[in-house]
Each structure stands twice: as structure tokens, then as C-alpha cells.
Design a protein around this ligand. Structure first.
Ligand code: 5AD
Ligand code: SF4
Length: 467
């Protein structure tokens, strides 16, 4: 009989990918994905440790799930409760101590051993704890089938990070940099395509560090891998994330110039516009090098749009440093961005630095920075009105007859369109724009559409530079 599985995913796309693969791995054991923890036979919290209060959130969620587990036990049934991901990796022992009703605790490198853990959890009392960094790769244990939702899929090509930015826990929770062999990546891309993916996002903690081996012992970088993925029939859109600016190389920039499937949108975290702060963060780029890189990308692909991550209130950040970040935002122009108050992560170098910034100062800086970013984002969206863009129609909207898709720039686009267009890439005319989404109508005549699209490249470039 089918058993139900609920996975709650926190944090980055790598976790979304891992959750999908856990679903695939558990399918042969009879587990089917459910959208609610109520009555589930297994609940997995796939956790994130990157910012504050992550562990506390997990413990309070576990408290709620404990009640569901007890309710099942009272009627003679059982629920396997598991904590996965980076909080499990960093605080595994603490979880088994504080929440002894948890059955399995395992890190991001162990999910391929899930079937074995499930068997052990049903046999033994107490939690199964698996937070080793195994020698064998979890990627070698991938099931043949794949789960794809909404015609778009994530594909992890690289994991771990050796950069040790002084604020970041990732090098400790995800371990050293590792790249999957080229053939494995291409096989998985074809599987995802067969399962309905038209867009693939290549993932890595530091995706620019990708150097996968080929059959003849040579290595391929990210730019060259993208060219190969683009050759796969049926994959029409390629994205990649997350980038580390200091490791973006010419080969990748050339891929932006040459590969039409590679979307003209890049998430390129800068963190700060101050060289002092960047150096204290141990980022291996300064603000000038970042600006330079943006120029080179724009020279290669004039309509490219950028997004970024920013941290305000890093230890020692002065008002003048913050103003340099604001200047950089004004100069570069971002279509969207994520921004955070610095939060000390235990065990990272910055947590022990003197000159921690006052919380009120952090909040004030974050508010002005976000106001500027939202202004840019809203302006960019408004500038799209009147243009036509190809949109991948991913899912049904909230309203009758409505579909929702993504533009090349990752904007959400709403359109009245027939259900059979789900999964298609349609050229849409943008009618109106808000802060977070656009409303559009279908463009019928293909001839008009393609002309409009090439005109778009020109206006996107102008807009990207003027916002
Ligand atoms: N405090 C605040 N933001 C952080 N990030 C990573 N670590 C921290 C931290 N300790 C942000 C960075 C990174 C994004 C994924 O999360 O901006 O790029
Ligand atoms: Fe963390 Fe990214 Fe820096 Fe690696 S490059 S340490 S993942 S912020």
C-alpha cells in the first residue's frame, strides 16, 4: 500500500533539488509525495543553516510534528520523522538530544543512504544519525526516474565550497568542492528532459568552480558544460546558480555570447560595494573587479540582467562602506536582489570579529538598501510593459483560465491562456507591471512575435543600464 511522504524544504535551490531526489529515492519503497504532514507516514524537514534562527525554527516545527506523530501512534500507526540538510549536518547530536522522538538525522551528503536508514529506523530504538562526509558520492546512487514540476528542473552539478567567506557556514556544512562528471550531468539532463523539463538550472554552491571530468580524462568548465547541455534536444532554457564572481571565467562569458538557450539573466552575488568589507569577508574580488566583470558580461550579452546578494552590517562596516554599496547598486542596476542583515554563524571567523554592528544600524541600512533595490526592480518591470517576451508557462494561476510563467529575466508573468499551453514557451505581450509580476496577453502571429523579440534585446540592454 502507498505510504505518504511530506518533505518541507527550507533555504536554497540545492535543497529543493535534494528534496526532489529524496522523493525519487523513496518512491521504490512505496512512498508518494504528499502536500501535507497530516497523516503522513514519513516527514522530512530539509533544513538550511545559512542565516539566523534556523535551528530554533527547526525545533519549533519539530514540536508541532511531534503531536502529529503521537496522534498516529495512538491509533496504532507510525510516522518516521527525519531532519535532513545543513542544520542536521551542523547540529545533529543536539537534535537527537533535544528532540529524541526524531527517527533520522542526516546531512546533505547522505540522502542516497535513505532506504538503509529507513530500514534501520524501523528496527532500532533512538535516532539514526548520519552526518559523515562519505567517500562514495551520493550522485552515484541516483534513481533512473526523475521528478519534474512545472517544466523546469534543478540539476546539481557541483557541491561544496572551498572559498571560506568569513560569514558563511557552507564550507562547514556542505564540505569541500566536488564536481560531477560531465557524462553524469548530461545523462541526468536527458532524464529530466524526458520527465518534462524544458528549462534546466545547473546548481552548485559555487557553480563557477565546476570542473567535471570527461571520458578521456580531461576536464570541462561550466561554459563548456553549458554548450553541451544546450545541444540536448528539447532543453530550451538553461540557467545556473550560484556564482562566485572571482571564478567567472572567459569561457563562461563567451557562453553567454554564443548560446541562445542560456538565459540573459545572472545571479551574481557581490555582498558589499566596499573593498575594506569585501576583504574582511575574504571575498576574492573587490568592487572594481565586480564592476569590470559586469562590463565584460554586458559586452558579451548586451541584454543580460543581473541580480545579487547583499549583506549589510558585516562586522566593522562603517557608514561610508555602506554608502559604497549603495553607489555600486546605483551604478550597476539590478533587476532583483536578496539582501540580509549580517547574522553571526557560530564557528565562522566573522562571528568572533570585534566591531559587531548594532542591530538598529543594520535594520536602518537594510531598509534603505531594500528601498533602492525595489525601486530598480519596479522600474525594470515597468520598462517591460509594451514589449513582447518569450515566457515558459509553468503552472495554473489562481484565476480561472489563467497560466503563470517566467520571462527570461525570471519575472512572474500572468496570462489568460488555454490549459494546453502549459509547458510551452509562448511569446507574450506585457500589458502591465507591478513590483513582483507582470500581466500579459498572447501574441498570436509568430512573425510579429519574433521581430518583437529581437527588438527586445536592444531595449533590455538600455533598460538594464539605466535602471
Ligand atoms: N549573514 C547574513 N547573510 C548571509 N548569507 C550567507 N551567510 C550569511 C550570514 N552569516 C547570505 C549571503 C549569501 C546568501 C545565500 O546568504 O548573501 O550570498
Ligand atoms: Fe559561502 Fe558562497 Fe562564500 Fe562559498 S562562496 S563560502 S558558499 S558565500
Amino acid at each position: 500500500m502507498a505510504k505518504s511522504l511530506f518533505i518541507k524544504t527550507y533555504g536554497c535551490q540545492m535543497n529543493v533539488y535534494d528534496s526532489n531526489r529524496m522523493t525519487d529515492i523513496l518512491a521504490p519503497l512505496g512512498y508518494e509525495a504528499s502536500s501535507t504532514p497530516d497523516g503522513a507516514d514519513m516527514v522530512i524537514l530539509n533544513t538550511c543553516h545559512i542565516r539566523e534562527k534556523a535551528a530554533e525554527k527547526v525545533f519549533s516545527e519539530l514540536g508541532r510534528l511531534r503531536a502529529l506523530k503521537q496522534a498516529k501512534q495512538q491509533v496504532g500507526e507510525s510516522m518516521i520523522l527525519a531532519v535532513a540538510g545543513c542544520v542536521a549536518q551542523a547540529e545533529g547530536e543536539e537534535i537527537t538530544r533535544r528532540a529524541p522522538y526524531v527517527d533520522m538525522v542526516f546531512g546533505p551528503q547522505a540522502y542516497h543512504r535513505l532506504p538503509e536508514m529507513v530500514a534501520r529506523a524501523s528496527r532500532q530504538a533512538g535516532a539514526v544519525l548520519d552526518t559523515d562526509f562519505p567517500v562514495e558520492s551520493k550522485f552515484d546512487h541516483m534513481p533512473d526516474s526523475a521528478t519534474v514540476e512545472n517544466s523546469t528542473a534543478f540539476l546539481t552539478i557541483q557541491e561544496g565550497c572551498d572559498k571560506f567567506c568569513t560569514f558563511c557556514v557552507v564550507p562547514y556544512t556542505r564540505g569541500a568542492e566536488f564536481s560531477r562528471p560531465v557524462a553524469d550531468v548530461l545523462d541526468e539532463a536527458r532524464r529530466l528532459r524526458d520527465a518534462g523539463a524544458r528549462e534546466i538550472t545547473l546548481l552548485g554552491q559555487n557553480v563557477n568552480a565546476y570542473h567535471g571530468t570527461t571520458g578521456n580524462g580531461t576536464e570541462r568548465g561550466l561554459g563548456s558544460l553549458i554548450r553541451e547541455v544546450a545541444q540536448i534536444e528539447g532543453i530550451d532554457r538553461i540557467r545556473y546558480t550560484t556564482s562566485y564572481p572571482a571564478e567567472v571565467d572567459d569561457e563562461l562569458i563567451e557562453a553567454h555570447r554564443d548560446v541562445p538557450e542560456l538565459m540573459p539573466f545572472l545571479h551574481l552575488p557581490v555582498q558589499s560595494g566596499s573593498d575594506r568589507v569585501l576583504s574582511a569577508m575574504n571575498r576574492r574580488h573587490n568592487a572594481g573587479q565586480y564592476r569590470d566583470l559586469v562590463e565584460r558580461l554586458r559586452a558579451a550579452r548586451p541584454d543580460i540582467g543581473l541580480s545579487s546578494d547583499f549583506i549589510v552590517g558585516f562586522p566593522g562596516e562603517r557608514e561610508s562602506d555602506f554608502e559604497e554599496t549603495m553607489d555600486l547598486i546605483r551604478d550597476v542596476g539590478f533587476l532583483q536582489a536578496f539582501s540580509f542583515k549580517y547574522s553571526p554563524r557560530p564557528g565562522t571567523p566573522a562571528a568572533g570579529m570585534p566591531n559587531q554592528v548594532d542591530e538598529n544600524v543594520k535594520s536602518r541600512r537594510l531598509a534603505s538598501l531594500q528601498a533602492l533595490l525595489i525601486e530598480q526592480q519596479t522600474k525594470f518591470n515597468a520598462g517591460c510593459v509594451g514589449r513582447s517576451m518569450p515566457v515558459l508557462l509553468e503552472k495554473f494561476g489562481r484565476h480561472e483560465g489563467q497560466l503563470v510563467g517566467r520571462s527570461p529575466y525570471m519575472q512572474a508573468v500572468h496570462v489568460q491562456a488555454p490549459a494546453h499551453m502549459l509547458g510551452d514557451i509562448e511569446v507574450l505581450h506585457m500589458d502591465s507591471a507591478g513590483e513582483n509580476s507582470l500581466a500579459a496577453t498572447l501574441v498570436n502571429a509568430a512573425g510579429i512575435a519574433s521581430k518583437d523579440v529581437s527588438a527586445d534585446a536592444h531595449s533590455a540592454r538600455k533598460m538594464a543600464q539605466t535602471v
